[in-house]
Design a protein around this ligand. Structure first.
Ligand SMILES: NC(=O)c1ccc[n+]([C@@H]2O[C@H](COP(=O)([O-])OP(=O)(O)OC[C@H]3O[C@@H](n4cnc5c(N)ncnc54)[C@H](O)[C@@H]3O)[C@@H](O)[C@H]2O)c1
Length: 337
């Protein structure tokens, strides 16, 4: 593994407090920043397949952070990294993150999202890592038709290989906590948005794509009537939740939704973005046929996360959209002036 040492060549001789896989990604980079802000030493692992070094620019030269470029599926190298660092906690976010890609290539989904997670889990077990946090997804629920997804009551019928792998890893985590006395937490992220989400990816979140199109004056395409709803959670709130879970000492397994409990329609988003934009532009919206298989409504109940960790989402959609637009970089408005 190549060591992309962000700490200007300074190897942390004491090892890391937290190892973050997928550190150069959209969510992973915010998680690293949050952990470092808390005074923790962090080592990131990323193969830069969809993540970018730019995302970690705020941590460049920080003595408490370094990035190792490598693949979670390389078991020997992952073992070695855990042996070198002996992290007390791991936040495992590296993944093939696209539902459509997991349907196009189920083998790759299995290799990265299931087998890759097992490699990280096993390396953590051997190194005696005490706490494991896993980036799971609302995709584990599928289309339950329940008005709100709760962790225990809602049925879990994943509709994609991606959702199935996330659910399988939750089960592996549960067994590890039971057999090896780990503190293991699965966080089911709903629709995460915020600065650094890549709008150029066809699989990216709808908010970053809309923001990008608004900035360039391009029309916005809405599939169906636009009344389909999602639970949008701001990335810095998510990062805070991951950091809270990484510091949670109690052994055992728990799974919690990471969401706001507020439903926003796709048309609400278009309006919200237009109002937050400094010119208050009137967006051009074109409707296309609904996408086959698209879930109509997805809303989470965040009370489990509040109960276990005291975590609540602090950022309203209006504030989050404003922050996204102000960020100006990827996932934000590129227009100046
Ligand atoms: N963004 C969301 O709304 C959302 C929702 C639910 C769950 N999640 C989960 O959160 C996690 C982070 O997602 P994201 O949105 O930040 O995506 P992202 O693509 O920005 O981040 C994933 C990171 O993992 C890295 N990676 C991929 N394969 C790797 C490998 N084999 N070895 C090492 N690194 C590898 C990528 O380079 C990238 O930096 C993922 O596990 C994803 O499934 C995200």
């Amino acid at each position: 593994m190549a060591d992309k040492n962000f700490a200007a060549g300074e190897k942390n001789s004491k090892g890391a407090d937290v190892l973050v896989t997928g550190a150069a990604g959209f969510i992973g980079s915010h998680v690293c920043e949050e952990l470092v802000k808390r005074g923790l030493r962090v080592v990131g692992l990323d193969d830069l397949s969809s993540g970018r070094l730019d995302n970690l620019a705020p941590l460049a030269d920080h003595p408490c952070f370094r990035l190792v470029e490598g693949d979670i599926c390389d078991a020997t190298a992952v073992d070695q990294l855990f042996q070198d660092e002996h992290p007390a906690a791991v936040a495992h976010l590296a993944a093939l993150v696209s539902v459509p890609r997991s349907i196009d290539d189920p083998d790759e989904n299995f290799r990265l999202n299931l087998a890759g997670s097992q490699i990280v889990l096993e390396a953590a077990r051997i190194a005696g890592t005490q706490r494991f946090v896993f980036a799971s997804s609302a995709a584990v629920y599928g289309d339950t038709r329940a008005p709100t997804h709760t962790e225990e009551e809602s049925s879990k019928h994943p509709l994609s290989p991606y959702g199935a792998a996330k659910l399988a890893v939750e089960h592996l985590l549960c067994a590890h906590a039971h057999c090896f006395g780990m503190s293991a937490t699965a966080l089911r992220f709903f629709n995460v948005y915020g600065p650094r989400q890549d709008p150029s990816s066809p699989y990216s979140g709808v908010i970053s794509i809309f923001a990008d199109r608004l900035a360039s004056g391009a029309p916005i395409t809405v599939f169906g009537d636009g009344e389909q709803t999602r639970d949008f959670v701001f990335v810095q709130d998510v990062a805070r939740g991951v950091a809270d879970a990484a510091q949670f000492q109690e052994t055992g397994f728990r799974v919690v939704n990471c969401c706001t409990g507020r439903a926003s329609s796709v048309l609400d988003l278009v309006q919200g973005l237009a109002q937050s934009y400094h010119d208050e532009v009137e967006p051009q919206v074109f409707h296309q046929a609904p996408r086959a298989g698209e879930i109509r409504h997805s809303l989470g109940d965040p009370s489990g996360f509040a109960r276990v960790f005291g975590w609540t989402p602090a950022t309203s959609l209006a504030d989050g959209l404003r922050e996204l637009l102000a960020s100006g970089g990827r996932g934000g408005m590129l227009k100046q002036g």
